[in-house]
Design a protein around this ligand. Structure first.
Ligand code: C2E
Ligand code: MG
Ligand code: MG
Ligand code: MG
Length: 271
């Protein structure tokens, strides 16, 4: 308890001092050999110099009402950074993780609108990642928020798909563009046929609903090959890139030819 209290205190201080950094991890389309997006992932630069991963402080931030300022910082920072790359001719969409507290706040669509306006980022270059649990919490309210966000022109993704308790009936009614297959399925897919069957089912479901599919946590070539055979070509994982600071990612982007923004096709069956 005391340790958590101390950490919450430090976190509050870190927010005041803006001791956060946004890292970016590439999403690649292995069929087209190109980066099709970046995911913004927050890190806390502790005063000791240590970089603290979100797994260590996001749950605490959510419980202690600190997630909104952190989420706001990441949203604005990611929009500004990707706008800067866009201005330099490197237009790549960015995905920002949205916590339950942010999403359930009725002002959230306005917050997103403001971030786009202030940064100048075209809305088609912003994608928001929301987890299933958040959408299922209050389905009617979630739909209203999702519709408002869609009207802004942003893309919507369901993160960690398959780990929550999605009602498939609701899924088809949500205006979602992307399903991100949770990394827990990818991790063991080569040895656990149950996991590869689940992945196959998610891919077919997503395709049937006209959604783009992204596999998370791809670490091995054999996993990428298996995913490709199952029909998923967009991957995110250490095999391709680790989350890195903007300065490093910028160097990689400037060496690449990126596809026309918004032209990222929905993964089609390999028939
Ligand atoms: P997520 O959104 O599912 O992000 C993917 C996580 O998997 C990231 O961890 C990423 O570094 C990690 N990852 C990527 N490729 C691989 C791989 O090949 N193998 C393994 N083992 N891991 C891989 P990270 O950056 O530590 O973030 C963890 C979680 O924290 C995120 O999961 C997300 O739920 C949350 N998070 C991160 N940034 C934010 C943020 O700005 N706001 C909110 N609300 N949550 C965030
Ligand atoms: Mg995510
Ligand atoms: Mg995920
Ligand atoms: Mg997650």
């Amino acid at each position: 308890m005391r340790k958590r209290y101390a950490l919450a205190h430090q976190l509050r201080h870190a927010i005041e001092k803006q001791h956060f950094e946004v890292f970016y991890q590439a999403k690649v389309d292995i069929a087209r050999h190109t980066i099709v997006g970046l995911e913004a992932l927050v890190r806390w630069r502790h005063e000791s110099g240590r970089l603290i991963s979100p797994g260590e402080f996001i749950p605490l931030a959510e419980e202690s009402n600190l997630i909104e300022p952190i989420g706001q910082f990441v949203l604005v920072q990611a929009c500004r950074q990707v706008y800067a790359w866009h201005q330099q001719g490197q237009s790549v969409p960015v995905s920002v993780n949205v916590s339950a507290v942010q999403f359930l706040n009725p002002v959230f669509p306005q917050t997103v609108h403001d971030a786009l306006l202030q940064s100048g980022l075209p809305s088609r270059l912003l994608e928001l990642e929301i987890t299933e649990g958040v959408l299922m919490h209050d389905v009617a309210a979630a739909r209203v928020t999702l519709e408002k966000l869609k009207q802004l022109g942003v893309r919507l993704a369901i993160d960690d798909f398959g780990t929550g308790y999605s009602s498939l009936a609701y899924l088809k009614r949500f205006p979602v563009d992307v399903l991100k297959i949770d990394q827990s399925f990818v991790r063991d897919m080569l040895t656990d046929t149950g996991d590869s069957k689940i992945i196959s089912a998610i891919i077919n479901l997503g395709r049937g609903l006209g959604m783009e599919l992204v596999a998370e946590g791809v670490e091995q070539q054999a996993q990428a090959d298996a995913l490709h055979r199952l029909g998923c070509t967009i991957m995110q994982g250490f095999l391709y890139s680790r989350p890195a600071p903007a300065a490093e990612v910028g160097k990689v982007l400037s060496r690449l030819t990126l596809p026309t923004p918004g032209s990222v096709p929905i993964v089609k069956p390999d028939v």
